[in-house]
Write a protein of this length. Structure first.
Length: 238
């Protein structure tokens, strides 16, 4: 015990294996595992720093349609596309209060597509009597340059379009997709009810099938809406 204490006191920064090796040269006969247990019992390890615990903020419930709309992009599974060189993307918007969704098909995932989708979703919700006040997205480069090394100080076309339309753009905490949980959950439902049994031959074909799926999903009853569909629930407030 005294040998271990003295060696640790003289060499406080030595690693376990090197410390054990030097002790062996001075007559220590036990294995490194045994040395570790003895040192832990003697309190020879520095106290660990307490990790900062992240306490998530309570979810802010929306109180009227259009108060906040979640936006995200889903990559269409390759097995659903007949042309191996074709890439398809589903842009999705869901109103947090009414769960009313707007879906659109695009051939690329870019800030140009995102800006175009934003203008389309604003018009789509406006035709249903809903004024979009805020859109919430993740930190992808199609929405923001927040994590870009070279373009951090330059707004994306999506952010410029937000400002022109007078819409507030809210970014979620990095690496926490649950903050965009409603649109993420809707994508899982799309995978189960739509992409698992469909094939697409072109962008136009995908757009037509997606429009039909969009209408059906907005007419589907949901438990959070007291088993009303988003369309039935939205009519009560607009």
């Amino acid at each position: 015990m005294k040998l271990i204490r003295d060696m640790r006191r003289r060499n406080p920064n030595l690693g376990m294996v090197e410390l054990w090796h030097r002790l062996r040269q001075r007559g220590y006969t036990r294995r490194p595992e045994s040395l570790f247990r003895v040192m832990r019992k003697l309190g020879l390890f520095p106290p660990q720093k307490k990790k900062t615990v992240y306490h998530p903020k309570p979810y802010e419930q929306m109180t009227y349609p259009g108060q906040r709309v979640q936006v995200d992009v889903k990559v269409v599974p390759r097995k659903c596309i007949s042309d191996p060189e074709l890439r398809l993307f589903q842009y999705s918007a869901i109103d947090e209060f009414t769960r009313l969704r707007f879906l659109a098909a695009y051939p690329e995932q870019s800030t140009f597509s995102s800006a175009n989708f934003l203008m389309r979703l604003v018009r789509w919700y406006a035709r249903r009597g809903i004024r979009v006040e805020c859109v919430q997205t993740d930190n992808g480069f199609e929405f923001t340059n927040r994590f870009s090394n070279s373009k951090r100080d330059f707004p994306t076309l999506f952010e410029v379009t937000d400002a022109q339309l007078g819409i507030r753009h809210k970014l979620i905490r990095p690496y926490t997709p649950r903050h965009n949980g409603k649109v993420e959950r809707s994508h899982r439902e799309d995978q189960k009810r739509f992409y698992s049994c469909r094939s697409f031959y072109s962008l136009d074909d995908f757009a037509r099938q997606l429009a039909v799926h969009n209408r059906r999903s907005n007419d589907f009853p949901m438990r959070p809406l007291s088993w009303l569909s988003p369309c039935e629930f939205a009519v009560q407030y607009v």
